[in-house]
Design a protein around this ligand. Structure first.
Ligand SMILES: Nc1ncnc2c1ncn2[C@@H]1O[C@H](COP(=O)(O)OP(=O)(O)OP(=O)(O)O)[C@@H](O)[C@H]1O
Length: 414
């Protein structure tokens, strides 16, 4: 045993260190250069440059698919603007808000007021004040001196979908002839359709300017990865084929640089854990599999409660070797599970909709098949392992009691 343990330690001790600095591959890291975003950087600089002449820049709406570098580019350009504005003695404040987290009108306004809390001494609590009052404070605090205030609303679609566009209306109308501070908005979204949710007046002021971020192709992703890889990995540990493969796989997924970076990082981590001295293509394929599994786990975790119970019914059928099943079979098990945890069951029609949703998310496979003169029916199969589903449910207090059940017991209750 001692020998065995000793050899494990030695394996890791003598393994060549894979990473020089793994942080470089994290999402939060802002690189010093952004390959293939020169055009967007220049467009944004052109839109924001009036600040240096003391003029209010237009509002900008930035859009492009996920992982196309919108956030990192905006952070890069606004940082540069802050640096240069100091040189020209123009006071500029940039407030970055991620609307996936800060997703109500109240919280956005509070965030803006609280950005200035050191200078104003005013801090809005997380809840409790009337929204009108927070807005009044915002105007007072922002306008307390001459300056430019650029408010970046990242994932702005999430805010609008959850809380409507009143907040955008208020913010785009904050500047008056008399105000000392001039406010501009940069809205970022990966959902173009969200524009349909906006009132025409809000839309026209928000998109005074628009900057589009197209997806990266495989060659561009390769350049982005190469640039990050040279700081992230030790010399000679990356097989030549690794970066091109990560780039090609991510290009297939709509040119997502985040996915490409994840593949590279996870491939490195897997190689490191194996005690390998090189990262190879095999590690990239394993990384691809791991990321897909993790994504699925996240999808299951965020399902609404009834979809989770429904999914558990399908898992029980799978464990009993009874898949494919039809909607009726699944529904009766689902209903008995609801009884077991004191939940009012939804109608079969509603469950049929939830089955389609699970199918769309890729958690299950629901295929409509023709049964000749018996009409059409749905054949439901599971697309993930029962183990994965149970692992997620074991962390959920309301669902945990279901994990001890088996189908024959449930059938006795039906
Ligand atoms: N041109 C680039 N050069 C270097 N790194 C990049 C580039 N474009 C994107 N990245 C990196 O890819 C990852 C995703 O980028 P970013 O978060 O900016 O995408 P996004 O378009 O805002 O995505 P989402 O819409 O999902 O928020 C980040 O780690 C970022 O550093």
């Amino acid at each position: 045993m001692d020998d065995y343990l000793g050899s494990i330690f030695e394996k890791y001790l003598h393994a060549k260190k894979i990473f020089k600095n793994k942080e470089v591959l994290r999402h939060s890291y802002t690189p010093k250069e952004l390959p293939h975003r020169k055009e967007q950087i220049e467009e944004l600089a052109h839109i924001l440059v009036p600040v240096l002449r003391g003029e209010t820049p237009s509002n900008v709406f930035v859009y492009g698919k996920t992982g196309t570098g919108k956030t990192v580019t905006i952070k890069f350009v606004t940082e540069e603007l802050k640096k240069i504005s100091e040189k020209y003695n123009v006071p500029v404040e940039v407030i970055y808000i991620n609307c996936e987290i800060v997703d109500t009108q109240y919280r956005v306004l509070a965030n803006i007021v609280n950005h200035f809390k050191e200078e104003s001494g005013i801090e809005v609590p997380l809840v409790g004040w009337p929204t009108d009052e927070v807005y009044a404070r915002l105007k007072e605090v922002v306008d307390s001196r001459e300056r430019f205030v650029i408010i970046v609303l990242d994932e702005i679609d999430k805010l609008v979908k959850k809380s409507g566009d009143d907040i955008l209306y208020s913010l785009t109308r904050i500047n008056t002839e008399l105000s000392r501070a001039k406010v501009s908005i940069i809205g970022i979204s990966n959902d173009l359709k969200f524009k349909e949710y906006l009132d025409a007046r809000v839309l026209s002021s928000l998109s005074e300017e628009e900057v589009v971020f197209p997806p990266y192709d495989a060659t561009q992703l390769r350049d982005i990865l190469m640039q990050r890889a040279k700081d992230a990995f030790n010399e000679g540990v990356l097989d030549d084929a690794v970066v091109p493969l990560c780039a090609a796989l991510a290009a297939r997924e709509h040119g997502d640089a985040r996915r490409a970076l994840d593949l590279l990082r996870v491939a490195g981590e897997i190689a490191e854990r194996e005690g390998a001295s090189k990262v190879t293509e095999r590690h990239v394929w394993l990384a691809q599999e791991k990321i897909e599994q993790d994504t699925m786990e996240e999808v299951i975790k965020t399902l609404p409660l009834h979809s989770k119970v429904l999914l558990h019914a399908i898992v029980l059928l799978d464990e009993n070797g009874e898949l494919p099943a039809n909607t009726g079979d699944v529904y009766s098990i689902y209903k008995s599970l609801c009884d077991y945890i004191d939940l009012d069951p939804l109608t079969q029609r509603r469950i049929s909709d939830l089955i389609n949703e699970l199918d769309m998310l890729g958690v299950i496979n629901a295929k409509v098949v023709s049964k000749g003169r018996y009409g059409r029916t749905k054949e439901i199969r599971l697309n993930v392992t029962p183990h994965k589903v149970k692992k997620v449910f074991s962390q959920d207090d309301q669902l945990r009691p279901l994990l001890t059940l088996n189908l024959s017991r449930q059938r006795r209750l039906i």
